[in-house]
Design a protein around this ligand. Structure first.
Ligand SMILES: Cc1cc2nc3c(=O)[nH]c(=O)nc-3n(C[C@H](O)[C@H](O)[C@H](O)COP(=O)(O)OP(=O)(O)OC[C@H]3O[C@@H](n4cnc5c(N)ncnc54)[C@H](O)[C@@H]3O)c2cc1C
Ligand code: FES
Length: 320
């Protein structure tokens, strides 16, 4: 398109209650080329016009997500260092957590904001507005969270925890392969539920990783998703992945694990000459979730610096 200086990505928060945000004010809106200082609109966005909204608001950004206190309703150890927390949240907060890829920033109540840690919403309650987080206690932030018993501080929800979410959103009547390792089993749960709710079928390959346990066996069983245990780090697991992809017709792959795992799966897909869209966990360092701190910034294959907490990305945008 003439006049475009660079590719325009979409913003996960566009048209939401936090849009236009501080980035509109500073000329760094993720998706509005006009607010970025260009002369023409290139956003190809059919939702609420960010530029128009900003003008209507007399160039005043909307306030970011507020921090709230949430009561811990349940605490259960899934393995010695992996804890499942059920938190009571306001109803509108709960409603916004239901899509796969939703995550929150959470910290133990008595800790300062520097303890905020991103955690996937693994489940949402049906009897009361509650959310479930599954945290592996690794370092200062997660160990403090593990020790919490009564209250936590919570910010969110944020919608952009997955790269390639758009592939999942559109998938119906198809078959998916879920690959999850360690605590990322928690991120696989909402993906599995959404896939089945949209009329798909799925099979799974789960590696207990450092948690030492396949804790999704129960919920996956309820969803009719068979699990094969295997580590992508050993030859047997690699062989299993190869076999599943060569013999079953898989239309989408979810990878919950490290970037290395995502890339390894893609390598196997390419080696058998398949083209299967992938939805993967975003593993960048997320601190503010609002596109401000820069902690989650990466360089895309077309050379742009983007903030992955806000920018809607696919694996192909980050790795050739
Ligand atoms: C969108 C998203 C969702 C996540 N969901 C979960 C989840 O559901 N359950 C879970 O146990 N973990 C999850 N994580 C990872 C979790 O946030 C980190 O393990 C945690 O922040 C580690 O902090 P720490 O101080 O306990 O440990 P550290 O010792 O500081 O770090 C341990 C590991 O976590 C990484 N890490 C540290 N801080 C962050 C950060 N702010 N953002 C991302 N990675 C970080 C480090 O690079 C290191 O690899 C998620 C991360 C992201 C980005
Ligand atoms: S987490 Fe702060 S800019 Fe993305």
């Amino acid at each position: 398109m003439p006049g475009i200086k660079h590719q325009i990505y979409q913003c996960a928060d566009a048209g939401s209650v936090v849009c236009p945000c501080f980035l509109a004010e500073s000329g760094h809106c993720v998706q509005c080329s006009l607010l970025q200082g260009e002369e023409l609109c290139h956003c190809l966005w059919s939702g609420v016009c960010v530029y128009n909204e900003f003008a209507w608001r007399r160039e005043e950004p909307r306030p970011p997500r507020e921090e709230i206190s949430a009561e811990i309703r349940g605490k259960e150890y899934l393995s010695p260092d992996t804890v499942q927390l059920t938190l009571l949240v306001p109803e509108d907060f709960w409603r916004e957590c239901r899509n796969a890829g939703s995550y929150v920033l959470v910290r133990a109540n008595e800790r300062p904001a520097m303890f905020d840690t991103p955690m996937v919403v693994s489940d949402t309650g049906t009897k009361e507005p509650s959310i479930v987080l599954i945290a592996q206690a690794l370092g200062p932030k997660t160990k403090a969270l593990e020790a919490a018993n009564a209250l936590v501080r919570l910010k969110g929800p944020f919608p952009n925890g997955l790269l390639g979410y758009r592939y999942l959103e559109r998938l119906t009547g198809a078959r998916a392969l879920l690959v999850a390792r360690g605590v990322c089993q928690g991120a696989a749960l909402p993906v599995a539920r959404q896939l089945i709710a949209q009329g798909n079928t799925a099979t799974a390959m789960v590696d207990p990783g450092q948690t030492g346990r396949v804790f999704v066996a129960g919920p996956f069983g309820d969803l009719g998703i068979p699990i094969r245990e295997g580590s992508l780090l050993d030859d047997e697991g690699k062989e299993l992945l190869h076999r599943i992809l060569s013999t079953e017709k898989i239309d989408l792959i979810f990878s919950g694990g490290s970037d290395l795992q995502h890339l390894h799966i893609r390598e196997v897909v390419r080696a058998i000459d398949l083209r299967i869209p992938m939805v993967v966990t975003n593993n960048q360092t997320v601190c503010c979730g609002e596109g401000i701190c820069g902690g989650c910034q990466v360089t895309t294959v077309d050379g742009q610096s983007v903030r992955t907490c806000k920018t809607v990305l696919k694996m192909e945008d980050l790795w050739v």
